[in-house]
Design a protein around this ligand. Structure first.
Ligand SMILES: [Zn+2]
Length: 128
């Protein structure tokens, strides 16, 4: 399935939330649900743990050294249940992002291509 196929499928399904305002609010709500699913994996299930601390961004380190040194602050890995919940919530978020793009006549294929080019051009500096 391509992004274009998915956008067409979403367009066919979206009856209840056709208004831009509805789609905007559902899009934000779905992002909050993704964060909530991650939080629950930490605080209720416990399959992953968060051990956050200050990152060491010393300027004398090269990019490869920094990649090794910088920590994602996660211990453990998602259990099957939490992974399923998170995939479900990411899918909903993707659904509403597609609906938003549909309403504003934006092709997600174009968005993906543009972002990929930006990543290729800016490299590691894209995410600072
Ligand atoms: Zn879990």
């Amino acid at each position: 399935m391509t992004l274009e196929d998915f956008q067409r499928q979403v367009s066919g399904l979206l009856l209840r939330h056709r208004s831009l305002m509805d789609v905007l609010s559902k899009h934000v709500q779905s992002a909050a649900s993704v964060n909530r699913a991650v939080t629950k994996a930490v605080t209720e299930c416990g399959c992953i743990e968060l051990h956050a601390r200050r990152q060491d961004f010393r300027s004398d380190l090269g990019i490869e050294e920094l990649k090794l040194k910088l920590d994602h602050h996660i211990s453990g890995s998602l259990c099957e249940n939490c992974r399923d919940v998170l995939k479900f919530e990411l899918g909903r978020q993707f659904f509403y992002m597609s609906a938003l793009a549909n309403l504003l006549d934006i092709r997600l294929d174009d968005v993906l291509e543009q972002e990929s080019k930006k990543c290729a051009t800016l490299g590691i500096f894209n995410m600072t």
